[in-house]
Design a protein. Structure first.
Lengths: 1126, 260
């Protein structure tokens, strides 16, 4: 048997999969091929300054000199200090981290998290398994929020017109407006502008403020909000409600332009539930267990896999994992829904039909309706609509759900958890008019709303605010002096959620208490504290100032406690609630667990389900406003959201989950649209700049919406609906003091401004915030984008023929294929004839039927026979073989694992220029693969036929590791439990290991990167003390979170017990919203990882190279409907 | 071109060439010796501390247990430097006015920690965990030396990697019964009997009979008494290595044990 042979391609199945990674592969040129073969794009290993060789030598000389200088200080550590407490807190054991439950806030909604605290410094965010919006997983933004805490560019004090003042002065000035002596100025016109809030405490404070000052108004403005969904539910049921979905019980899911798996308040929970119905397990749940709502055992039997249809314009990660995906113009989506409603026989279904040219969509209707309305599926389907979709579409979807009997089963409705005040709300437009007329006395802007940057283009909020602030009182409470903050007279620095007390509700209304983990780094104040300081308080009498003026600022903990002490909500569920001791217990338990017991709204049948209101079907279908040939869709950026994360280096550098572009946004359009606009030569240009392999030189278009114009670089995205363009918000910030990450003096954006990406808000109007018609023209400009999709390609040249070998690494199949041959994924595409031999070489769990004798070997494996003395001699319970499995059926490519890994392992960010050179440091990469009918541009243009697959890949910890045998200094060697150890302090940076790694998962630290800068004090605080901070010249890679493994080993050894399965969660595993990753001991036949690896869909990536990967994947198995059009 | 060096220097040049390997070798040897010297490693060096704390007095004379101050040594990687409060537990009562304790009192009064100079400096890329060493029967003395005899604290071991690894390769040379871990005067040759605590599993017994009682190697069930401990370190070390599940040299010298 020749394991390494590549001459068995004859055995390949004739229907070869037509997989490709990016468009530049389809426009093959020698440059693209060369780029694919190169591990690093050209110039990665060089200093780009010209002349590079000379500069290199100069720097070498300098570093030799420095090294000599440093060497003179032989004992740099001899002056290190050790500083104990004066009085040590009781609960603290120095060196052992503590975990505290709290909740992140995002779009007003909370996600329960557990925060690791190392000696009082929050260092890592994990999901809170008790919180219904998390169940243990965590989203991108929650994970990255810890970096915001340590952001050195956060606002560090109170200012008045830019000059530093004290908080007390700001407070005194504000109180002087609200109170005269001891009386309240009831006539004062206060306007409060805040984001959406679900906080009961903050809500109660607003209510009290509005009661005390009756002429006041509260404005909630958020550029990305669920307002349309709320309006839709009001249209459908007569009252605004919030829909909560149960994807665990849904057999068929239809998404109408919804990215429910990767965005929105409940996406982590939805992702978990949804993925559970995608994971096929031999001993998974059967129909009865699913009906009973059981969460365990995980996964489902093969006959219980759900089916997912997605209709969307811009490809999202949700659509990417669909069984059937229909690219459709946003203009047509509601028409599609209306036709579907009629096809299903929904009573009073409104009129509206797809235009005749939407033949693809029309062909979907009948089979889709049949699938949804099958008798066995009654009450077991979900139709879910994106938050940005028009209200009328939401109403239609609710009606379809009602017709399919889903309401009260898979779709339940709760009263909106958002705090709203009747008759006291107004909108941003009204506020701007009032500010223009200067008919308002006091304007308070609270939180990250930042309307100067995010306000619709037809509202000149910036100019209005600037003029207003010159004459009237304005105060901004925010974490940074953003565009809005610099215009206001007063700016008070806000505390981070990890620094303050608060409360917040999750997607299903469950409340959580937010507790501080650290005293405010820059003495910031929370909104609750600020409001408490200005609220009239009847009870507290300030002797000096009189009865009606607020007393001295109160402890925010007391304020939040008081809210819950006086609330009716939990009285019902918590016995003897009013008694002081009982409340203490209740409070302690709520803070500890991160969930306020008794606040989860009751599920049906306890809670009645709403019925459709009479007028739900009235009105025409939504028509896209504006004029122009193209439809412009405006969406939140998957990483920067509305722009609030612009100064978060982790999120900026994150290759965006589907497009893999880092540090920028782009105008996304389909290949056909690109042809029309004559920008399709872009992908040939790509090759000039190495395309998706780092530096992509792309064309630039100008988008004109009713006279407002923006320029945007073009990114051709297969699968995008033809005739439409999508842009993401949140980029192009250069105003205010946004920070050093968001602004980029060296890397100008397409407008020549020192900002990251272009700003799309100028074409977003209040009448068309999500979609509008636009005129688009090509410009002569070009722009460089950093795209990581082509980096680290697992390509190689056939040594004999010299041809480029594509090992077609990702494996996938349909449920039918799986049922026909459960082990289909085990067949290596390049060596089908050797399947048996190759699979024998994949590490298997103990006791599995195909266990191979070599599995018992624990000694370091490499080419050379180990010396006798090197064979470990361990007791049975100490013999561990760490392994990991990733279920690609569950993976949505959301990239939360990547941020979790970055946070846990002190991984630096490198900046856009460095990313274009292939120097990004992420230990995990998520490869994206496309499949089309034909592997050429013709196939790529067939948007409806594009299928997308994700394959996360980090170091697979080969048992036969090719990197180890080439390391000249033994810096990477095997450990007895099968880890491929990387010893940074021994590495001399030859990069041979990386060169020899077939998976391309090693990362070389070319420079001491900014994100890891060793001088910024605040950033130092946020590092994980258990992981070395690497310097330049060192190779690094995934370690399976060895610090967590060794930590758990120490605890278990100390307690003289074996390590329990699930005791060690790697950072990626613990974050993964869809539980696609499992880690554990292969020597434990009952461990979860052993169960996963015993699944027939388990395959060893590139196992044909005899690497024996400890990380294996479970093939993507989709469940297409045979009745659907191809 | 005129000659720069006179011809007479030729023999010297030849000698220099011949001597080059010797010089290089000499430099290597000197370097290695310097690297291991107490100057470079800091062994035996006394650092100026804010308070002249004497382990010899507190441990040797007064017999205060290590864990009284180093509270987390059994629970955490970090043994803990005692907070000022720990000092004040006693020094509120005794030596209240001593000048030498002025910094301690100030620290307590002003809530400002005492800034000690680190005596044992491990490089940041090396991970060390006290708790597992204590749990496996490595005595304090094995690394820290006879602290009960040190007036001012100093480093006793080189902390070089070769020093760490010499023990990880042969842990049996340094293992002692758990009850002797904190014993500064422990001598394996002194005859003693096993005790139940030597094999105790803290907190996990929960009403079950102690496992040591059913172990014929340590407990004589007929006489109802514990047996004598072996008096040779080799025998004792190998016995404890087995009993305490100390892993073997191959595993203990894995890179990721200490570097991550």
């Amino acid at each position: 048997m020749k394991l390494d042979s590549t001459d068995t391609t004859a055995n390949e199945p004739t229907a070869a999969p037509t997989m490709w990674r990016g468009l530049d592969e389809l426009a093959p040129s020698p440059a693209a091929q060369a780029a694919a073969l190169d591990e690093f794009p050209e110039g990665a290993a060089e200093f780009s300054d010209e002349p590079s060789r000379r500069r290199f030598l100069a720097l070498m000389g300098a570093s030799v000199a420095l090294a000599t200088g440093a060497g003179c200080n032989l004992r740099p550590a001899s002056q290190r200090k050790i500083v104990p407490y004066t009085t040590q807190p009781d609960e603290m054991v120095p060196g052992v981290p503590l975990y505290f439950a709290t909740a992140t806030s995002f779009g007003g909604y909370g996600q329960g998290v557990l925060v690791r605290s190392n000696e009082g410094r929050p260092t890592k965010i994990e999901g809170n398994p008790d919180h219904p919006s998390s169940l243990g997983g965590a989203g991108l933004h929650a994970l990255a929020s810890v970096l915001d805490l340590y952001d050195p560019d956060r606002s560090r004090g109170v200012t008045r017109r830019g000059n530093a003042v004290g908080y007390d002065e700001a407070l005194a000035a504000l109180r002087a407006k609200l109170y005269t002596g001891s009386t309240t100025n009831t006539g004062v016109k206060v306007r409060i502008l805040s984001e959406t809030t679900t906080s009961p405490t903050l809500g109660a404070q607003f209510t009290r403020l509005l009661t005390a000052f009756p002429d006041s108004r509260w404005i909630q403005y958020e550029p990305i909000s669920g307002a349309n969904a709320r309006a839709g539910s009001a249209k459908a049921f007569g009252t605004p409600l919030r829909a909560v979905y149960d994807f665990l019980k849904a057999d068929v899911v239809l998404s109408l332009d919804s990215d429910f798996l990767c965005s929105g308040p409940g996406h982590v929970r939805y992702s978990r539930d949804f993925a559970d119905r995608r994971k096929i397990r031999q001993n998974g749940k059967d129909a009865a267990a699913i009906g009973a709502g059981a969460r365990l055992p995980e996964g489902v039997q093969a006959d219980q896999v759900n089916r997912f249809y997605a209709v969307e314009c811009m490809p999202t990660n949700t659509g990417a994992v669909a069984d059937h995906r229909l690219p459709l113009l946003t203009a047509h989506i509601e028409l599609f829904a209306r036709e579907l409603a009629r096809e299903l026989g929904v009573k009073d279904a409104p009129a509206g039909s797809l235009p005749p040219d939407a033949a693809d969509a029309k062909a979907w209707l009948k089979p889709l309706a049949a699938d949804l309305s099958a008798a066995a599926r009654k009450g077991k389907t979900v139709v879910v609509v994106g938050d940005h979709a028009p209200a009328s579409l939401h109403a239609v979807a609710f009606a379809i759900n009602a017709h399919l009997d889903n309401i009260g089963k898979t779709v339940r409705f709760i009263a909106s958890p958002e705090v709203t005040v009747k008759d006291k709300m107004s909108d941003l437009k009204t506020l701007t008019d009032e500010l223009t007329a200067k008919s308002v006395d006091v304007l308070l802007i609270i939180g990250d709303a930042n309307p100067v940057y995010t306000a619709p283009a037809d509202i000149d909020f910036a100019g209005t605010l600037a003029a207003f602030a010159k004459e009237k009182f304005t105060l901004h409470l925010g974490q940074r002096q953003d565009e809005t903050g610099v215009l206001c007279e007063w700016h008070v620095n806000e505390s981070h959620y990890l620094e303050s007390w608060g409360d917040i509700r999750g997607h299903d209304g469950t409340a959580a208490i937010q507790q501080p983990l650290i005293a405010p780094l820059h003495h910031g104040k929370s909104a609750i504290e600020l409001l408490a300081a200005i609220l009239p308080s009847a009870g507290d009498i300030d002797t000096k100032l009189g009865a009606r003026v607020p007393a001295a600022s109160r402890d925010p903990l007391d304020i939040v406690r008081a809210t819950w002490q006086n609330t009716d909500e939990v009285r019902k569920t918590f016995p003897n609630f009013a008694k002081p001791d009982a409340f203490d217990t209740f409070w302690q338990e709520s803070v500890r667990s991160g969930v306020v017991a008794g606040t989860t709204p009751p599920a049906p049948p306890t809670a009645p389900s709403p019925t459709l209101a009479a007028g739900w079907a009235t009105g025409d279908a939504f028509a896209v406003p504006g004029a122009g040939k193209y439809e412009l869709n405006i969406r939140a950026c998957p990483s920067l959201h509305d722009g609030r994360f612009a100064n978060n280096g982790w999120l900026q550098e994150l290759p965006k989950p589907l497009t893999k572009i880092a540090w920028d946004n782009a105008a996304f359009l389909s290949p056909k649209t690109a042809d029309e606009l004559q920008v399709s030569d872009t992908y040939y240009n790509w090759n000039k700049g190495a395309g998706e392999h780092g530096r992509a030189e792309v064309g630039v278009i100008e988008i004109d919406v009713g006279g407002k114009k923006i320029k945007a670089p073009v990114w051709i995205l297969p699968g995008h609906a033809d005739g439409a363009i999508t842009v993401h918000l949140g980029h192009g910030r250069d105003g205010g003091r946004v920070g050093r990450v968001a602004t980029s003096p060296d890397e100008l954006n397409v407008d020549g401004k020192p900002a990251r990406g272009f700003n799309a808000y100028p074409v977003r109007t209040s009448t068309a915030p999500w979609v509008t018609k636009a005129t688009v023209t090509k410009t002569n400009g070009s722009y460089i984008l950093a795209c990581t999709q082509g980096h680290w390609a697992m390509a190689e040249k056939d040594p004999v023929s010299g041809k480029l070998l594509d090992r077609k690494p990702v494996r996938k199949g349909s449920l039918a294929e799986y049922n026909a041959n459960k082990s289909f994924a085990k067949i290596p595409p390049m060596a089908a004839g050797e399947t048996a031999g190759i699979n024998e070489n994949i590490p298997r769990p103990k006791g599995s039927p195909e266990e191979h004798p070599h599995d018992e070997r624990l000694h370091p494996l490499n080419m050379y026979q180990p010396a006798e003395v090197l064979v470990p001699d361990l007791k049975e319970a100490q013999r561990r073989r760490w392994g990991m499995a990733i279920d690609l059926s569950a993976c949505t490519g959301c990239s939360a694992c990547l941020i979790a890994c970055q946070s846990e392992n002190n991984i630096p960010t490198v900046g856009k220029t460095q990313v274009t050179k292939g120097r990004e440091m992420h230990w995990i990469r998520i490869d994206r693969y496309y499949e089309s009918t034909t592997p050429d541009m013709k196939g790529a243009k067939d948007a409806g036929a594009i299928k997308t697959y994700f394959q996360p890949l980090m170091c697979v910890q080969c048992e036969n590791a090719p990197c180890e045998i080439v390391c000249p200094v033994g810096a990477t060697v095997h450990s007895a439990d099968g880890l491929n150890d990387m010893t940074y302090n021994r590495c001399v940076g030859t990069r041979y290991c990386s060169n020899n790694c077939p998976y391309k998962v090693r990362r070389f630290n070319f420079l001491t990167f900014k994100g890891n800068d060793w001088d910024t004090d605040t950033l130092k605080l946020g590092r994980n003390p258990d992981v070395s901070v690497r310097s330049r010249g060192v190779m690094e890679k995934c370690t399976f979170c060895v610090q967590r493994i060794r930590g758990a080993e120490i605890v278990a050894e100390r307690e003289q017990r074996p390590i329990r399965d699930g005791e060690i969660l790697t950072a990626c595993q613990s974050a993964c919203p869809s539980t696609a990753i499992v880690f554990g001991d292969l020597n434990d036949a009952d461990s979860a990882v052993s169960r996963w690896k015993n699944e027939p869909a388990n395959y060893g990536l590139l196992a044909e190279l005899n690497t024996r990967p400890r990380l294996t994947h479970l093939a993507t198995i989709r469940n297409p409907n045979p009745a659907m059009p191809k | 071109m005129p000659q720069i060096f006179p011809k007479a220097l030729n023999p010297i040049a030849k000698m220099l060439i011949l001597a080059a390997p010797l010089l290089a070798g000499g430099a290597g040897v000197t370097g290695a010796a310097f690297y291991r010297s107490s100057y470079a490693t800091g062994v035996g060096e006394i650092r100026p501390q804010p308070v002249a704390f004497s382990h010899a007095h507190h441990v040797g004379q007064l017999g205060i247990h290590c864990v009284y101050c180093h509270t987390s040594v059994e629970k955490s990687g970090f043994a803990n430097i005692p907070p000022t409060k720990t000092c004040m537990n006693c020094h509120q009562q005794i030596w209240q006015g001593a000048d030498v304790l002025e910094p301690v009192r100030n620290s307590y009064k002003e809530d400002k920690p005492i800034e000690w100079l680190r005596v044992h400096n491990l490089p940041h890329y090396a991970y060390f965990n006290h708790s597992i060493h204590v749990a496996k029967g490595v005595g304090c003395v094995s690394c820290h030396g006879r602290l009960d005899q040190m007036n001012l604290t100093m480093q006793n071991s080189t902390l070089l990697m070769e020093w760490c690894i010499s023990c990880h390769r042969a842990p049996e040379k340094h293992l002692r019964p758990k009850t002797e871990v904190f014993n500064m005067q422990y001598d394996p040759k002194k005859p003693a009997k096993w005790t139940a605590e030597d094999f105790g599993v803290s907190g996990t017994l929960a009403g079950k009979p102690h496992p040591a009682l059913s172990d014929p190697a340590v407990y004589d069930a007929e006489k109802k008494e514990f047996k004598d401990r072996p008096t040779s370190q080799k025998e004792l070390g190998l016995f404890l290595k087995d009993k305490y599940n100390v892993r073997d040299a191959v595993t203990l010298t894995n890179c990721s044990m200490c570097h991550r």
